[in-house]
Design a protein around this ligand. Structure first.
Ligand SMILES: Nc1ncnc2c1ncn2[C@@H]1O[C@H](COP(=O)(O)OP(=O)(O)OP(=O)(O)O)[C@@H](O)[C@H]1O
Ligand SMILES: [Mg+2]
Length: 263
């Protein structure tokens, strides 16, 4: 059975999509089968993988608001072992349309788990990553409800910790209401600049509060990471030798290693 990991933080621009694209690519490059679900109307994970964010009738929107099975929404990416469910701007409407549905908080979960076991069990994914939008609305609740664990990217700046308490409250709410087994996969320091005192202070605070849940690997601020999405390529394809590619490859190894220990 795959492990489902939701990449969430309601704060915008902290590196959720960058992490979703590059971590799933790096894990797939280790020969492990991964599915990436783009659950953000901005569709940055879709375009970041070099796929046009168009309405082809098989996007995450149809997955959420019609009875279409997930198997019909999965498509291949340029990376072997990595498949994707794409998004596009139509998903904006889903946030409203979901409200009137009786199973509104658990549609994504039901789609992934479809009756007996996983709907896409034949694909043998080991990990499913969900890239969440920067809000705590119904789409994020669906992602948290569908997940075994949450990976939280944190940008080391002044309000980073304050924003986290809101996210942790939502996670607690989802745990109490729908998904008691939901756990924290890890906290990831993104866009890290070791020359900044504030970044080092926030890192120290995070490690004090969350201990080993904070990944040892940090992702440094790196211009190549900012460039790669406009070429529609994960960083390890765009510039395999840059610091960003090195950081995400290291993160993938740490992620894989930690999950071996958990098993
Ligand atoms: N390590 C990094 N170094 C430099 N730029 C980065 C890095 N990580 C992310 N960025 C850039 O920062 C911006 C925000 O990153 P990203 O889109 O991953 O954040 P997000 O949390 O998904 O944003 P949103 O909340 O809007 O979905 C993007 O332009 C991205 O290319
Ligand atoms: Mg994003």
């Amino acid at each position: 059975m795959p492990k489902v990991i939701s990449i969430s933080n309601q704060k915008g621009g902290v590196g959720k999509t960058t992490t979703a694209v590059n971590l799933s690519a790096c894990i797939a490059q280790n020969g492990i089968r991964v599915l990436l679900i783009d659950a953000d109307p901005q569709a940055n994970a879709t375009t970041g993988m070099g796929i046009e964010a168009r309405d082809d009738g098989n996007t995450v929107y149809e997955l959420l608001i019609s009875d279409k099975p997930i198997t019909e929404c999965i498509r291949k990416t340029q990376i072997e072992n990595l498949d994707i469910v794409t998004s596009n701007i139509n998903l904006v409407a889903a946030e409203l349309e979901l409200v009137s549905l009786s199973n509104r908080e658990r549609i994504l979960r039901d789609k992934i788990y479809r009756l007996n076991g996983f709907d896409f069990a034949d694909k043998k994914y080991e990990y499913v990553f969900i890239d969440c939008p920067p809000s705590l609305g119904l789409i994020t609740v669906n992602a948290l409800n569908a997940a075994n664990a949450v990976l939280i990217p944190v940008q080391c700046e002044y309000y980073a910790l304050e924003g986290l308490s809101q996210l942790l409250n939502t996670i607690k709410m989802v745990k109490n209401s729908f998904n008691p087994a939901l756990s924290i996969e890890g906290y990831l320091l993104t866009m890290f600049d070791s020359r900044l005192r504030l970044a080092n202070q926030v890192e120290a605070e995070l490690r004090k509060f969350f201990g080993e849940k904070v990944y040892t690997t940090k992702v440094a601020r790196n211009v190549k990471i900012g460039e790669a999405p406009s070429f529609g390529k994960p960083i390890t394809i765009y510039d395999p030798l840059c610091t960003g590619a090195h950081n995400y490859s290291e993160l993938a190894l740490e992620f894989i290693e930690r999950n071996k220990e958990k098993k």
